[in-house]
Design a binder for this molecule. Structure first.
Ligand code: FAD
Length: 404
């Protein structure tokens, strides 16, 4: 077993680390100031557009996309360590590199399942970073972690589909550049096979009947840089039949395929967040003195730091193994590991961030440090892309089968 990154990954890591130091970290404060000075919190901040231009110039662009024709052609194993680095500044870095969710999953989906016409209209501008997109599956009225519950209807009427339903927590939908929704709904609600009832259609945001109703908050944060998480209502929205992605009844399978690489990206970014938290913890522990000694001398502080390091090393190995399995035996072969990283990583990183907040005292929950916002983001990943319990259920079912 070789634990070293290959030469291409190493080279990209070095360039990306330099980009973070020279451009991204210094832009964090500027971005906040620019956003505060704007009329709408959803407007794009100029410094982020500058970061995008610089990343593109440096060839640090679309690194997530394994497709050689459209993306950088990196394997999951090669991209994973780069996603980790972007996680150190999750508000800016993923977008700066055109590697932010939900666009990454949507681009993968279009590259894999889109028709040539759909790819020309939506994938190409997404790859160029000119537009954003959203993926609309979750509904407030049903337990949406079970996709068979989805209530949105997609009815065929002549050469059109008519979409009717209400979605929420649709990431990116508040972004002024969000031009298209990939909407999951039922084309065959009474079909015998509950996994063939769903389909996906592409709905341009400016189609009559699309209502982006409100921004949902996440522990009070609205995630302005990422276009927030919106409630979106589709009032009998009519799109041409050519807006169907893949085939009728294929929505469930496409949704499954979309989530695999995204989970690696989320987990590696979480590990990047944890690394940043450890760095902040160590600096704070060395800098501050209480009751006659630096905090770094306190046993409990050392325990937090040591536990964090142990967790991060374990998690990184597990996520990299999962990425390697996805590259070598595919999503299905990596099923157990994909579930495992999605269960283990957010939980552990939430704890690390919580300890880091504690060590910082009031500063930890304040807007002057990134820790509170990082904590809120990490905590939501115990829900988003499927709650822990659903992954545990599915992993345990497979494990039990092996021994039945
Ligand atoms: C920040 C954020 C961003 C999101 N972005 C998007 C997006 O872009 N697009 C989108 O479509 N959705 C998005 N979501 C929604 C997310 O995917 C759903 O919240 C998630 O799938 C859970 O669905 P639900 O909220 O309907 O919870 P429910 O399905 O109602 O589940 C609630 C709880 O029930 C329990 N539960 C459910 N099933 C089981 C089970 N089998 N065994 C044991 N317990 C169970 C779990 O504890 C679970 O947390 C986002 C959510 C958040 C918080």
């Amino acid at each position: 077993m070789d634990f070293a990154y290959d030469a291409r990954t190493e080279e990209l890591r070095e360039r990306l680390l330099a980009f973070m130091t020279e451009h991204v970290y210094p832009a964090e404060q500027t971005a906040e100031e620019q956003r505060a000075a704007q009329d709408s919190p959803w407007s794009t901040v100029p410094v982020l557009e500058e970061l995008k231009a610089e990343a593109r110039k440096q060839g640090l662009w679309n690194l997530f996309l394994p497709d050689e024709e459209y993306g950088a052609g990196l394997s999951n194993l090669q991209y994973a360590p780069l996603a980790e680095i972007t996680g150190r500044s999750p508000q800016l870095a993923p977008t700066a590199l055109n590697c932010a969710a939900p666009d990454t999953g949507n681009m993968e989906l279009l590259a894999q399942f889109g028709s040539p016409e759909q790819r020309a209209r939506w994938l190409e501008p997404l790859l160029a970073g000119g537009i954003r997109s959203a993926f609309a599956m979750t509904e407030p009225d049903v337990a949406s972690s079970d996709a068979t519950n989805i209530g949105t209807r997609i009815r065929r009427e002549g050469d059109a589909y008519v979409v009717t339903g209400r979605k929420w927590y649709i990431s990116g939908a508040m972004h002024p550049d969000c031009a298209v929704f990939i909407v999951m709904g039922k084309t065959d609600p009474d079909g015998a096979d509950v996994r063939r009832q769903q389909s996906m259609v592409l709905v341009p945001r400016d189609t009559p009947g699309v209502e982006v109703r409100r921004a949902m908050s996440v522990y009070g944060y609205e995630d302005h840089y990422h276009g927030g998480h919106a409630e979106v209502v589709f009032h009998d929205v009519r799109v041409p039949a050519s807006a169907l992605v893949g085939e009728e009844g294929g929505g469930f399978a496409i949704a499954q395929a979309r989530l695999g690489p995204g989970r690696i990206h989320h987990c590696m970014r979480l590990i990047g967040m944890a690394e940043r938290a450890i760095e902040l913890m160590c600096r704070r522990a060395l800098d501050r003195t209480a009751f006659g000694a630096p905090l770094a001398r306190q046993g409990v502080v050392r325990e937090w730091i040591a536990d964090a390091r142990v967790q991060v090393e374990q998690l990184r190995l597990l996520v990299l193994k999962t990425a390697w399995l996805m590259d070598t035996v595919g999503n299905r072969g990596a099923h157990t590991e994909i579930q495992a990283i999605k269960i283990a990583t957010p939980r552990a990183v939430v704890q690390i961030l919580d300890d880091a907040v504690q060590l910082h005292g009031a500063a930890g929950v304040s807007q002057d440090y990134p820790l509170a916002h990082l904590w809120a983001s990490a905590r939501t990943l115990r829900l988003a892309d499927g709650p822990d319990e659903v992954h545990q259920r599915s992993l345990a079912r497979r494990e039990l089968k092996r021994h039945a």
